[in-house]
Design a protein around this ligand. Structure first.
Ligand code: ADP
Ligand code: MG
Length: 679
């Protein structure tokens, strides 16, 4: 198909065009890939008396009467019959056109399910059309298209039929590649799905695993991969500083650590080191479950940038986490002569001015919150941008950090494990490194589910725990709807627990505390001066206090799975036996029950994420990052995982070896919809 043919607007009335645009149909080419939801078999007539009840059938009947009734509700009741018996058709809205069309003596073919009604066989809201006696039956299945108000299926059928007849459906996959993948041709597949030949098995069609469906789903996933991959390659075109270490800063940091790296960390480090030495920007995501040890990997990457004579920035989503990183990195690196700066929203004017000046001149590592990307922050020579817990940031914020430098290398980190297929879809424009191993000596966390009627037992449990010298977190009920209420709840929980834990030191930390107050509480907890830390989800990410080995979460049923997993990940970091107590209040809804079961039975973040995906579907999964998935209409990331794998490999080949095919493929499947990806 020629380019102009692909982008030609749909030939129809202006009014219809507007309606079609609502369901994403703009071009003639869009019609070709607007595929049926299902099919109906109108190739046969079933006799009323012999129709199996509850299955879709077509009958041909003659109308005996058509009347409007008002009781028990307004409806149109049509009595009709064929040779075998009587049929009542009911319509609960009375259209004058229907009434006229169904006058006495009219012969109609009606399609629907027959059920037993008050007067025997009944069809509610059948699709019907008038026919002459002996009118031939269609020889093909009837495609039923996804549609919108005001566009009849028959109209879509006609438009699509015409588009199909006019189209030159050149294949968008090179022949050898297509054969290698064992996929049928595009033209054949589309024609087949729009008008399956007589005798095609309806079940196979509806299950969508016919080879023609596979071809369509593959094409769709491939378009997504091509688009994301192309964006990735375009960014590489721009070039980036080559960061080759000029001294042994990294090695000296490793010498100072009380532990050796895991082999997963070493592997990740090697990949990152390789990327940084290239003349184009690294775009890498470092994924690793809670506690996998991402920070040290990031610190080593920073060392490489610094020792190459460039700056590294390290951005974290919350003040608490950023500060913790700052303190740790300073502790690791300042003794080695590295100048570390700190930027956060809460800095006082004078301190802020000093840190800004450092950032613009001699600082080598700059740690902070999103204060790093604000206007007025100038980096002298930003070579590497590190974003921790990257899913907490919006696309725009990550972009802003990239713009602070001259196309710096980027290292994104995330502890939100997402299933592999989803990752490949969402992150097709990133290289992904997975830390699939926890450092040795972690103690597995024992999870308990406790009904809130037994809250007193939990209080006793915490007390004994503290008496053994350990510390505990107590997470307040989550109130997502209102920050004010959340604050109040945190305060109340704290006061209640103060009473219940007389003799123990209880602290409180929440998002509304001033930065220095937060800092003081966290410092006291880290130093062991607080026994029980009452907290909101501000401690969800990153917080690392090895002596705290008990996590209590109130109203656990209100939390999402990844939140629970992250919270639980705060314990089990030292040599002590750790536990997580989930207090829940019944009665539990189905989803809440499933979530608690999953978190109770699983400790592996990836497995939890996989099951979460099954409950929630991909749409809600990765937060602000919307790219990719909305474009999939036919493929299902979970069920068609094999196709995603295939497409990822093929995308690479297509872009390098067959760029013309790639272009045509994108045009066919995305067209104007590709804009959606660029958000
Ligand atoms: P996360 O991947 O969740 O960001 P961190 O980087 O905070 O994990 O690491 C968690 C804890 O494990 C920290 O106390 C860190 O110092 C420690 N750690 C990291 N790597 C190792 C290792 N190879 N051996 C032992 N402890 C490690
Ligand atoms: Mg971390």
């Amino acid at each position: 198909m020629t380019a102009s043919g692909t982008s030609a607007p749909i030939r129809s009335s202006e009014a219809l065009r507007k309606k079609l645009a609502k369901i994403g149909l703009h071009r003639e080419a869009d019609l070709l890939v607007h595929l049926p939801l299902r099919y109906e078999d109108e190739t046969r007539i079933t006799q009323v008396a012999r129709a199996p009840w509850g299955e879709p059938v077509q009958v041909e009947v003659v109308v005996a009467s058509c009347e409007v009734q008002f009781r028990p509700r307004r409806q149109m009741v049509v009595r009709a019959h064929d040779d075998s018996g009587e049929l009542t058709m009911r319509f609960f809205s009375v259209y004058p056109t229907h009434q006229a069309a169904l006058s006495e003596g009219t012969r109609v073919r009606a399609f629907g399910e027959i059920r037993s009604g008050l007067f025997g066989a009944e069809m509610v809201h059948p699709r019907f059309h008038k026919v002459a006696e002996g009118e031939p039956l269609p020889s093909e299945l009837t495609p039923i298209y996804p549609s919108t108000a005001g566009v009849a299926n028959s109209a879509l059928q006609k438009l699509i039929g015409k588009a199909l007849a006019a189209a030159e459906l050149d294949d968008t996959l090179p022949d050898d590649l297509r054969q290698q993948l064992q996929l049928p041709g595009l033209a054949r597949s589309l024609r087949f799905l729009h008008r399956p030949p007589p005798g095609t098995d309806l079940d196979t069609l509806h299950a969508r695993n016919h080879p023609a469906w596979r071809r369509v789903k593959f094409d769709e996933v491939l378009a997504q991969q091509l688009s994301l991959r192309r964006a990735y390659l375009a960014r590489r075109e721009k070039g980036a500083p080559v960061l080759v270490a000029r001294d042994d800063l990294g090695a000296r940091l490793l010498d100072r650590l009380p532990f050796g790296l895991t082999s997963a960390q070493l592997r990740a480090m090697a990949e990152i080191a390789g990327d940084l030495g290239q003349p184009y920007p690294m775009q890498r995501l470092l994924q690793g479950d809670v506690g996998a040890g991402k920070t040290i990997v990031a610190a080593l990457a920073a060392c490489q940038a610094i020792s190459a004579g460039w700056q590294a920035a390290f951005m974290a989503p919350t003040e608490i986490l950023a500060e913790q990183h700052y303190l740790k990195l300073k502790d690791w690196l300042e003794p080695l002569g590295v100048r570390v700066a700190w930027l956060s929203g809460s800095l006082k004017t004078k301190a802020r001015r000093e840190q800004l000046a450092a950032t613009a001149s001699a600082a080598q590592l700059i740690v902070g919150t999103h204060a790093l990307i604000q206007e007025g922050v100038d980096f002298a020579r930003l070579g590497l941008a590190i974003v921790d817990e990257q899913h907490r940031f919006g696309v725009a914020q990550r972009l802003a950090l990239r713009k602070k430098g001259n196309n710096p290398h980027q290292l994104m980190m995330s502890a939100t494990p997402i299933p592999r297929t989803l990752a490949m879809s969402y992150y097709a424009d990133l290289d992904v490194t997975v830390l699939d191993e926890l450092p040795p000596g972690r103690t597995p966390v024992k999870t308990r589910l406790v009904a809130d009627s037994r809250r007193d037992d939990v209080v006793g449990f915490v007390r004994r725990h503290v008496e053994e010298g350990r510390q505990a977190y107590w997470v307040c009920p989550l109130i997502e709807e209102s920050e004010a209420l959340q604050l109040q709840t945190a305060q109340e929980t704290y006061e209640t627990l103060l009473g219940e834990f007389s003799g123990l030191t209880v602290g409180l930390v929440h998002g509304r505390l001033k930065a220095d107050e937060k800092q003081a509480v966290m410092a006291a907890f880290t130093a062991g001066a607080i026994d029980v830390l009452v907290a909101t989800t501000v401690i969800e990410v990153g917080v690392d206090v090895p002596n705290a080995s008990l996590m209590v979460i109130e109203h656990a049923e209100r939390f999402g799975l990844s939140q629970l997993h992250q919270l639980r990940g705060r314990v089990g970091r030292g040599q002590y036996e750790s536990s997580c107590v989930l207090i829940y209040a019944g009665p539990l809804g189905e989803v809440a029950r499933q979530r608690l079961k999953i978190i109770y039975e699983n400790s592996d973040g990836f497995e939890i994420a996989r099951q979460d995906l099954q409950i929630r579907g991909p749409g809600e999964f990765v937060g602000s990052r919307q790219s990719g998935v909305p474009l999939l209409r036919y493929a299902d990331l979970e069920m068609d995982a094999d196709l995603v794998e295939m497409a990822r490999n093929v995308a690479e080949t297509m872009l390098t070896v067959h760029p013309d095919f790639a272009e045509r493929h994108l045009q066919r499947w995305l067209g104007s919809r590709e804009e959606l990806l660029k958000s």
